[in-house]
Design a protein around this ligand. Structure first.
Ligand code: ARG
Length: 460
């Protein structure tokens, strides 16, 4: 036998290299709190079901509580020799209370233990993620409210398409982030299932009470199948997928912030607080924070892809490969929360150059649809109107005359019924105001969206 907790059937010690390679204590110590919490629930259940005696249970409970205090005070020392957080805590417990510590692992395996810890860990942290998304949504709504009547070019293919309200643009992100919230809320359901009591994979011969431990740990449900309980990590994959989509939204928003703070666009000026300078070029003000958020989306996508790949061909039930589920998940949490915080502050403090935005909608041909619509309303079939306007644009591009600057006499050559009303319709602001269809960019529709958003934020 060796001195490992599982050393009975071994004659030789494991190599130091194997110990180091196999150990997860370097990262799974982040779940120390959850591990102690899970053990406390387990030992109380062992006592109540009379699987272990009340005095033994009392000793173990005291020991675990001491470890909780020591953990709070940073007094616990973990070692690679004990491989992971579960065996480290068991070893530390033995130091506290002696051999009776060995009774804690009755009717339990590290397989259901690690799954329990991880469920608890994620379950506790999802509300924080949702809270930070909501904060960002609040910032977006506040900003949108200020800019309902700020006119800017709307883009498709990054080419001027039609004028829109800047508030409308901001609200587009609000609703994307709302679906992120909904996805994380759904994810909560799947972290809220207790694997504890599945033991290694097949359940246990001891008369355990899984309802008691689930209730004590605050789980709403219990895994109905012990093999499923220790094998799957779909609650983690769901989290990583949700995080990847969230980062994708943040990254698109970042990309626009970066573009729009460039000399060429000049729609935004980020505050000094959320930008950096250059060590060589004195004039620089760089949107580093937005670039980093865009960049960090890569690692989160990577963590999702990595875990999908780890799990895809694993035979049931537990395989050690599953130990690879943690670092990417911890890193994802460590990444998305600051990204959300920085994005909120960056947007809240950015200066919006409303004049430049507005100007960009008058120096261009983004009112071409208005003209085509006007002609169509006068009876010219839309396809034909489209072609007429296309020719006017082509000519305008050569002569530098925009559609709103073509004299009425010219327009009347196309159709005598054309009157000065045309110049009204060709104004960007009017083009925005007239898009009253549900969800459109008109001021009134944007106000509607803001009201809906405020209701959503209030009800959650
Ligand atoms: N450190 C392991 C993990 O993170 C705990 C479970 C180990 N179980 C086992 N049978 N080796 O997955």
């Amino acid at each position: 036998a060796t001195n490992k907790p599982w050393g009975g059937r071994f004659q030789e010690n494991s190599s130091l290299a194997a110990d180091e390679f196999g150990a997860s204590i370097g990262f799974d110590q982040l779940m120390a709190n959850e591990d102690l919490e899970g053990s406390l629930a387990h030992v109380e259940m062992l006592r109540d079901t009379k699987i272990i005696s009340a005095p033994d249970a009392a000793t173990i409970i005291t020991g675990l509580k001491n470890l909780q205090t020591k953990l709070q005070n940073g007094q616990l020392q973990f070692t690679v020799a004990n491989e992971d957080i579960h065996m480290n805590i068991e070893a530390l417990l033995a130091k506290e209370i002696g051999p009776v510590a060995g009774k804690l692992h009755t009717a339990r395996s590290r397989n259901d233990q690690v799954a329990t810890d991880f469920h608890l860990y994620l379950k506790k942290r999802l509300p924080k993620v949702i809270h930070e998304i909501k904060h960002l949504q609040n910032v977006l709504v506040t900003k949108a409210q200020k800019h309902i009547e700020t006119i800017m070019p709307g883009y498709t293919h990054l080419q001027h398409a039609q004028p829109i309200s800047y508030g409308h643009y901001l609200m587009a992100y609000f609703f994307m982030f709302q679906r992120d919230v909904e996805r994380f809320n759904f994810n909560k359901k799947h972290t809220d299932i207790s694997p504890l009591g599945a033991a290694a994979l097949a359940g246990t011969t001891f008369p355990i009470d899984r309802h008691q431990t689930a209730k004590k740990l605050g789980f709403k449900k219990i895994y109905s199948n012990s093999i499923d309980a220790v094998s799957d990590r779909d609650f983690v994959l769901e989290f990583l997928s949700n995080a990847a989509i969230l980062m994708l939204h943040l990254s698109r928003l970042s990309e626009e912030i970066i573009l729009w703070s460039s000399y060429e666009f000049n729609y935004l000026e980020l505050s000094d607080q959320y930008t950096t300078g250059s060590s060589i070029m004195p004039q620089k003000k760089n949107p580093d924070m937005a670039e980093l958020i865009r960049g960090k989306s890569g690692r989160v996508f990577g963590h999702l892809m990595s875990l999908l790949t780890v799990i895809k061909a694993l035979p049931l039930a537990y395989d050690k490969d599953l130990q690879e589920d943690k670092e990417g998940t911890f890193d994802t949490l460590k990444t998305i929360i600051p990204c959300l915080k920085i994005m909120s502050e960056m947007i809240a403090t950015a200066k919006v150059k409303t004049q430049v935005m507005q100007q960009a909608t008058t120096d261009d041909f983004s009112n071409a649809t208005e003209l085509a619509d006007y002609l169509a309303a006068k009876g010219i079939p839309f396809r034909q109107a489209h072609a007429i306007v296309g020719k006017l644009v082509l000519k305008g591009l050569k002569t530098g005359v925009n559609l709103q600057d073509i004299p009425l006499a010219e327009y009347q050559k196309i159709m005598p019924e054309i009157d000065t009303e045309i110049y009204h319709d060709l104004q960007a602001r009017i083009a925005v105001q007239r898009r009253q269809s549900l969800g459109g960019t008109s001021f009134q529709q944007v106000r509607q969206q803001i009201a809906e958003a405020q209701q959503i934020l209030k009800n959650s």
